[in-house]
Design a protein around this ligand. Structure first.
Ligand code: PMP
Length: 418
């Protein structure tokens, strides 16, 4: 930005004055976590009343879903989720309310079970495309897995770097991927990235891709981005056991009371089913049936998601407009304009993100901690901020964006001209 020192000093003083006003009467706004808003939750309320006749409790005409059993899920749920994930019914396992706990189950199974449990290794490492999902990283850290950050670009993880790393180090056992409308950058992996992940040569023979397709149907516009089916590609090239695909209805129906699913090769499904059998006699089949009756098929899911989009799009549009209005022609921040998912990602000037988040916090606007989307909470460039606008009312978001714009401009100018 081409401001004379005098013009910059004047502008900083102006912004400081505005900031002082906010300090005197702080707001109370939280845009930290990607959760659906109340209006979105209301969309799925009718689901709760769908099991009300004796025949509603019978799956496939024989199984009483009120009772124990059906460890890997009822047929109807497997059918629906297998269609959503693009896998065979026998390649699909229905879990409880959380896909994260299925991911944890896969990781602990790899650690302790199978022919070559990872616990026997001196060191286990995972590639973590960054910025990424903070809960993936905390799970990996909790399990004592060393995290190696890999940069993301507009096509997904930078594959030259991924291939170089996995071909040289047998301790690198896997990679986290959010292939559609990635958390937080909104990137959908290109076909080339998917193909390279499926086919690349890895020094670890049991290299594992955790394919968290949390946002697979979460489109915001008519452009429906879809990552290529990696299980199909893995099978074609003889790496069927490399990938585990996950999704859940947490952001389709109710987070916390949804249904999660995974899809993998038949061998992997057998491995996980065995492991599951020591943990549970079966998940909540009533909830599975409620979801099947409500969501029915991929077309109905798409119609339901269009209702979510109608609520969410104005929020994403508002953020876009506010950022354009304030920063067009001023290279102080870059932002994503995702076609789906739950987040907008801001790339600030290096060394500014933590200060911006702290400045916002002081005036009552809470956004996700600046480093949270990086392994160990550390972003060496300190340039990444995640906005999660979904639960915030439009009027509040408008106010929050004024404050965000102010803090970005103030902190950046101070950095540039101090
Ligand atoms: N994966 C990603 C990428 C997410 O963003 C989230 C929710 N924030 C989850 C998983 C959580 O999924 P679940 O509720 O199914 O555990």
């Amino acid at each position: 930005m081409d401001l004379s020192r005098e013009a910059a000093t004047n502008r900083i003083a102006e912004l400081e004055k505005e900031y002082q006003h906010y300090l005197k009467s702080p707001m109370n706004l939280t845009i930290t976590r990607g959760v659906p808003g109340k209006e979105q939750l209301a969309l799925s309320e009718p689901m709760l009343g769908l099991l009300n006749k004796p025949e509603d409790f019978i799956s496939q005409e024989t199984i009483d879903i009120r009772n124990y059993g059906e460890l890997t899920g009822i047929y109807e749920a497997k059918k629906l989720f297998s269609e959503l994930l693009g896998a065979g019914i026998e390649e699909t396992v229905i879990g409880g309310n959380s896909s994260l706990s299925l991911m944890y189950l896969v990781l602990t199974t790899k650690f302790f079970m199978g022919e070559h449990p990872w616990q026997a290794e001196e060191k286990v490492k995972f590639l973590c495309p960054s910025p990424g999902y903070d809960r993936h990283f905390s799970m990996t850290e909790h399990l004592g897995i060393e995290m190696i950050p890999v940069e993301m670009d507009e096509n997904g993880p930078k594959m030259d770097e991924v291939e170089r790393l996995v071909s040289n180090d047998a301790a690198i056992k896997g990679i986290w991927c959010v292939p559609t409308y990635s958390n937080p950058t909104g990137v959908t992996y290109s076909d080339e990235v998917v193909d390279r992940l499926a086919t690349m040569t890895t020094k670890a023979p049991d290299f594992t891709i955790l394919w968290d397709n949390a946002y697979l149907v979460h489109h915001l516009t008519d452009v429906h981005e879809t990552a290529k089916n990696i299980l199909t590609t893995c099978k074609t090239v003889g790496n069927a056991d490399r990938v585990w695909m996950f999704c859940s209805t947490s952001k389709i129906t109710f987070p916390g009371a949804g249904v999660a699913a995974l899809a993998a090769s038949k061998a992997n499904v057998a491995l996980i089913a065995d492991e599951l059998s020591y943990q549970t006699i079966g998940y909540d089949k009533l909830n599975q049936m409620r979801h099947v009756k409500f969501l029915q098929n991929p077309e109905q899911v798409a119609a339901h998601m269009a209702k979510h989009a109608a609520i969410l799009k104005p929020k994403f549009d508002l953020i876009k407009e506010k950022l354009h209005e304030r920063f067009d022609g001023k290279p102080l921040v870059e932002w994503t304009e995702p076609a789906g998912g739950y987040f907008v990602h801001l790339t600030t000037l290096d060394g500014c993100a933590t200060k911006i988040v702290a400045a916002l916090d002081k005036i009552g606007v809470k956004v996700t901690n600046a480093g949270a989307t990086y392994p160990y909470g550390k972003n060496p460039r300190d340039n990444s901020i995640r906005l999660a606008p979904t639960p915030v009312a439009l009027a509040d978001l408008d106010q929050a964006m004024n404050a965000i714009g102010l803090c970005i401009e103030l902190v950046s100018l101070e950095k540039m001209y101090s």
